[in-house]
Every structure is written in structure tokens, then in C-alpha cells.
Design a protein around this ligand. Structure first.
Ligand SMILES: *[C@@H]1O[C@H](CO)[C@@H](O)[C@H](O)[C@H]1NC(C)=O
Ligand SMILES: *[C@@H]1O[C@H](CO)[C@@H](O)[C@H](O)[C@H]1NC(C)=O
Ligand SMILES: *[C@@H]1O[C@H](CO)[C@@H](O)[C@H](O)[C@H]1NC(C)=O
Length: 184
């Protein structure tokens, strides 16, 4: 074996590791917008949906959906991630989850659903058995928490992203929630 060539390879690997480390440190996250739309206005409504800045370091997102309907057992959550190029284009994830089954019996193998659920899990009342009557609340998710999850755990390239989630009941999209963020 050529010793100097092996050394070169080692140096290159170390450089790649260092560069990877530096890029991770400098990935910044900005939560740019959120929109909640009651696509089926007969079914229910969003009482609020906002991003709020308490001060320079503490920003959070909250939303509340209320309906007088009974949320049934066959409730589908569809989630799509898109990245902006010329307009938003599908990026990596486009999943749909039988929500009540998932909540009852979370599957450790369903890493994608687990990841996206983990973004709101500590801040929502959504984990209740189906069927359900009452409001769906996501309360004060700190943007720093989302930033940590979306930069440290997920290694997306820099850019503008949009995550869209639909709540689908009996094949009809009842709600649409979009969040927009930037990695730079
Ligand atoms: C921002 O607000 C939070 C919650 O009210 C508080 O705990 C934190 O100390 C504040 N930070 C600054 C820099 O004022
Ligand atoms: C995601 O998948 C669904 C079907 O599973 C499809 O109808 C939809 O168009 C897809 N969305 C995107 C953005 O590709
Ligand atoms: C929802 O709560 C139940 C009971 O606490 C728990 O067993 C289940 O794992 C939770 N589901 C998820 C998806 O975290």
C-alpha cells in the first residue's frame, strides 16, 4: 500500500468531518410564517393561529381549532414538505397517517411520523383517544425548540421550506395548516 496516499485519504476525511461540523454550527433557522385555513368552513374554525415574539429570545407559535362535530376514528393527517425553487416543489416527505391508530399505538418504525409529531408533542392536547369532541390546541411551541429539531436533528440543505398538513375526514380536507421556515 502507498502510505502517503492513505495519509491523504485520512486528511481528506478529517477535513470533511470538520466542514460538516462547521456547517452544522452555522445552520440558522427562521420561522417565517404560519397559516391555518378551515378549508371546510361548515366543519369547524380556527379561533387563533399566530406567531408571537415575547422578546428577542422567546418566540412561540400557537393555534386552536374548534368544532362541534365529533372527530371520528378515521381521521387522516397528510403532511408534505416542500422546498422553494421556482415555486414550492415536493421535498423528501409526503406522508399520510391514520391518526387515531397512530396515537393509540405509535409505531417506533414510523420515524418520519414520529419526527413530525415530536415537533408539537409537548405542546398539544392532540393525544386523546378517538372519537373526540372538543378543541384541538397547540400551545406556545417555542421557536427555539423547532429550530433545534429542524437544524440539529434534520439535515436539510439551506433554503426556504413549507410544511403543509391537512386533516382529512371522509375524503374531505377539513383543515390546512402551512408553516414556512428558512434555513440559512
Ligand atoms: C424572554 O421572555 C421569557 C418568558 O417571559 C423570559 O423567561 C426570558 O427571561 C426573557 N428573555 C429576555 C432576554 O428578556
Ligand atoms: C402527496 O401524495 C398524495 C397521495 O398520497 C398526492 O395526492 C399528492 O399530490 C402528493 N403531494 C405532493 C406535493 O407531491
Ligand atoms: C398517547 O398517549 C398514550 C397514553 O398516555 C400513550 O400510550 C401513547 O404512546 C401516546 N401516543 C403517542 C403517539 O405519543
Amino acid at each position: 500500500m502507498d502510505g502517503s496516499r492513505q495519509l491523504d485519504t485520512k486528511i481528506i476525511i478529517v477535513l470533511i468531518l470538520i466542514l460538516g461540523f462547521i456547517t452544522n454550527i452555522y445552520t440558522k433557522f427562521e420561522f417565517t410564517n404560519m397559516e391555518c385555513i378551515a378549508t371546510d368552513k361548515e366543519y369547524g374554525k380556527f379561533d387563533y393561529c399566530y406567531l408571537k415574539s415575547k422578546n428577542r429570545t422567546y418566540k412561540y407559535a400557537s393555534m386552536k381549532y374548534s368544532t362541534s362535530e365529533i372527530l371520528p376514528k378515521n381521521l387522516l393527517i397528510a403532511l408534505t414538505v416542500e422546498k422553494r425553487l421556482n415555486g414550492y416543489k415536493p421535498f423528501l416527505y409526503n406522508i399520510s397517517v391514520d391518526f387515531c391508530r397512530y396515537i393509540r399505538n405509535p409505531n417506533p418504525g414510523n420515524k418520519v411520523a414520529n419526527f413530525f409529531y415530536s415537533l408539537i408533542k409537548p405542546y398539544t392536547n392532540i393525544n386523546h383517544s378517538c372519537a373526540y369532541t372538543g378543541d384541538i390546541i397547540v400551545d406556545k411551541v417555542p421557536i427555539s425548540f423547532l429550530s433545534y429539531k429542524l437544524t440539529e436533528l434534520l439535515h436539510f440543505p439551506d433554503g426556504d421550506y413549507r410544511i403543509t398538513t391537512y386533516m382529512i375526514i371522509k375524503d374531505i380536507k377539513r383543515t390546512k395548516i402551512m408553516i414556512y421556515f428558512k434555513l440559512f
